[in-house]
Design a binder for this molecule. Structure first.
Ligand code: HEM
Length: 207
């Protein structure tokens, strides 16, 4: 996809569109994260709850942005057109959700370093930090001006590589929890379906 095509799909057409969508998502995410911290029996529980919550809100927002073009191509309708038109803002909402994941992680590290290091290995820090570097680069190249500065070729390289890398980190983070919590298989099924949709989308002619 070239940068012009990318930017031309972003004209807001309704209320929950464009920057308004991002603002609503950011306020809702912030409120939900704060509520999760408050709901824990202890501050440690609350912080852990909000880390898990923001990982899950991130997954939903990531999948919406990741599959937008493929789904709109396969099932063109009003909803998928909305999803495609707002792909940039869904991606930025994902970045916001993951920023909250990072903020609460740092809070847990400061509050209970022993608990943080029980839950985290150095591998998670390295792979997670690379994911954050991609998320920051993708978010900062998600304005018309920065997208044009980067150019369509590098924009596409960055966003394709970054989103597949984040997909892998989600797969590993949810997959490793399946032995203790089999219900996490649902996340793997959703991630797998999203990958199949993306990989097969280019074979279909637009309707
Ligand atoms: C340096 C970066 C990161 C660190 C230190 C980190 C740390 C953690 C910790 C400690 C938990 C467990 C919380 C608990 O069980 O109470 C967690 C959960 C999780 N994180 Fe992160 N994370 C990082 C980045 C990421 C990234 C980049 C992703 C995805 C792209 C991600 C996805 C997840 C998922 C899926 C869970 C499981 C949520 C659940 O149990 O429902 N994390 N993370």
């Amino acid at each position: 996809m070239d940068t012009e095509k990318f930017t031309s799909t972003h004209a807001p057409q309704g209320r929950l569109e464009g920057p308004a969508l991002l603002a609503v998502a950011a306020v809702a995410l912030l409120a939900a994260t704060a509520a999760a911290v408050a709901l824990g029996d202890t501050l440690t529980d609350g912080l852990r709850l909000s880390i898990r919550l923001t990982a899950r809100t991130s997954l939903v927002l990531f999948l919406l942005a990741f599959t937008a073009a493929a789904i709109a191509k396969r099932w063109p309708n009003r909803w998928t057109a909305w999803q495609l038109r707002n792909r940039r803002y869904l991606g930025l909402s994902f970045a916001t959700s993951h920023l909250l994941h990072a903020i609460v992680l740092v809070a847990l590290l400061n509050w209970r370093p022993d608990v943080f290091w029980q839950l985290t290995q150095i591998f998670n820090i390295v792979s997670g930090s690379i994911a954050y570097a991609f998320i920051v680069m993708m978010a900062t190249t998600s304005t018309n001006w920065t997208a044009r500065r980067v150019g369509p070729v590098w924009w596409r390289r960055l966003h394709v590589t970054g989103s597949w890398y984040v997909w892998i980190v989600f797969m590993v983070a949810f997959g490793k929890r399946i032995p203790a919590h089999p219900e996490y298989a649902l996340a793997i099924v959703l991630l797998g379906a999203a990958a199949v949709l993306r990989l097969t989308a280019h074979r279909r002619r637009p309707a």
